[in-house]
Ligand binder design. Structure first.
Ligand code: ATR
Length: 268
């Protein structure tokens, strides 16, 4: 019998998680399939009931359900509570536990690209849903100073209160400087815009974008032109998926296979 896994979100049709996890199952000879389930907000509770009823073994959770899903689960792990979002559900005989692997994805992406965040000053652009796991990750990895620039200052202030970072308005980003800069807004997604100018990127050594479409965003192009080491958006996606796979199967996933299929799909 095949075990069933999947992603819930809205939209989900462009999600790369099915190809990534199915490639890993196939490589390891695990009898399992991973599907994409479009779930409207009004149907979220029914979808969670369905996970139990259908014995779906593991679920990825994406926008817009990462926060809302928490109240429907039997247990939520400490890190996910602190971040305020669940991106992974593990189903053990009907008991649903919520985890957050997004932050681990960020930590691993830096680690495996040879960047040690300990004692570093990190600047984060954006204060939306994705920024929370990024802020949590860089704090956990030992960053000494974290600044969050956002168009809507109040959202950055909320992160300041929750995580002890420094909130700044995006219109002051021209004065930003540090070792590492991370782009978490949707600016640059399927466009040639960057939320910061090339001048700003001269003040950093490492730049990461969480947008992966296009793979080399304008932000990363500017960063590369300034001599920064660049980390693209597929890295976080890959390593959050690697952690999910471990939680669901207890096995070490074939990382290179997952990576290859992700890059091939995005490059087309
Ligand atoms: P996600 O969950 O993907 O992070 P989100 O919560 O809607 O999505 O957050 C999107 C982020 O991109 C926010 O930081 C948002 O800034 P605001 O908080 O001011 O809305 C940022 N963003 C989106 N469009 C932007 C733009 N044109 N200029 C600057 N920031 C933008």
């Amino acid at each position: 019998m095949y075990a069933v896994y999947g992603i819930i979100g809205d939209p989900v049709d462009h999600s790369l998680s099915p190809i990534m996890h199915n490639a890993a199952f196939k490589e390891l000879g695990i009898k399992a399939v991973y599907g994409a389930f479009e779930v409207k907000t009004r149907s979220l509770e029914d979808a969670i009931t369905g996970i139990r009823a259908l014995n779906i073994k593991g679920v990825s959770v994406t926008i817009p359900h990462k926060e809302e899903v928490m109240k429907h689960l039997d247990e939520v792990k400490q890190e996910a509570v602190e971040i305020g979002a669940v991106n992974t559900i593990v189903n053990e005989a009907g008991k649903l536990t919520g985890y957050n692997t997004d932050w681990i994805g960020v930590v691993k992406a830096f680690e495996l690209n040879g960047v040690n965040l300990k004692g570093k000053k990190v600047v984060i652009i954006g204060a939306g849903g994705a920024a929370k796991a990024v802020v949590y990750a860089v704090k956990r990895a030992g960053a000494s100073e974290v600044e969050v620039y956002n168009r809507t200052l109040e959202k950055a202030k909320a992160l300041e209160r929750a995580f002890g970072v420094k909130a700044k308005p995006l219109n002051e980003v021209n004065t930003a400087a540090g070792e590492v800069i991370i782009q978490t807004t949707s600016v640059g997604l399927n466009s040639s815009e960057s939320p910061v100018s090339k001048e700003v990127l001269k003040n950093f050594k490492v730049a990461m974008d969480i947008v992966y479409s296009p793979l080399k965003t304008q932000f990363l192009k500017f960063a590369e032109e300034c001599g920064c080491k660049i980390i693209d958006g597929l890295q976080m996606l890959l390593y959050q998926g690697v952690e999910q796979f471990k939680l669901w199967t207890g096995e070490n996933p074939p990382i290179e296979v997952m990576k290859k299929v992700l890059y091939e799909t995005v490059r087309g």
